[in-house]
Design a binder for this molecule. Sequence first.
Ligand code: PGA
Length: 215
Amino acid sequence: TIADLKGAKQGRLSLSVVTTAKYVIPRLLGSFCQNYPAIDIALQVINHQQITQRMLENKDDLYILSQPPEDIDLCTKPFLDNPLVVVAPSNHPLVGKTQIPIEALNNEPFIMRESGSGTRRAVQKLFDKSKVSVRVRLELGSNEAIKQAIAGGLGISVLSKHTLNSYGDQRELTTLDVVGFPIQRCWYAAYLNGKQLSVVAQTFLEYLLECGKSH
Ligand code: PGA
């Protein structure tokens, strides 16, 4: 298969990934494309609900998301951990405390992802289960904007650990050791069951699964 593809003049790969995966997938695509320079890629970075919509419309070869919808007939392969952590500004009073009870988040000003976000759904599920009600001060449709808002002192939030990676983040932001966190999740590569994957899509899927193993 790989030999076929290397010989192939061109191929097209259409991907949709959840917003947390944008911190990982473009880099993986970079190294993938060095091996297969003839492939063109279309990459959508959208939220969970928008991915579900694209699945229903059979828009892409592969989808990357955390909680594959159960009502769509999918083939899913887990490939990398995607834990959600509590993120606070580095001067937050709870910094340095260990095993902070989740109730301590009651009434904390909180920055929440938009409705339709998979991150939001996972957070809400844990808060409901733990009977925690945060004070949602701000709803934001971007992990990057949430990080800026946390650094600016607007509140705390729960984000994928993958969103925290740059040097600047480490100076301004920190994670809190709250009981119940990290929320353990993983990313799945998914495609519509019964869909015949192109050689390009099949090869990229295998590449993703390999990368997941070596992480
Ligand atoms: P989101 O999904 O971008 O919709 O929040 C992220 C995830 O579920 O990991």
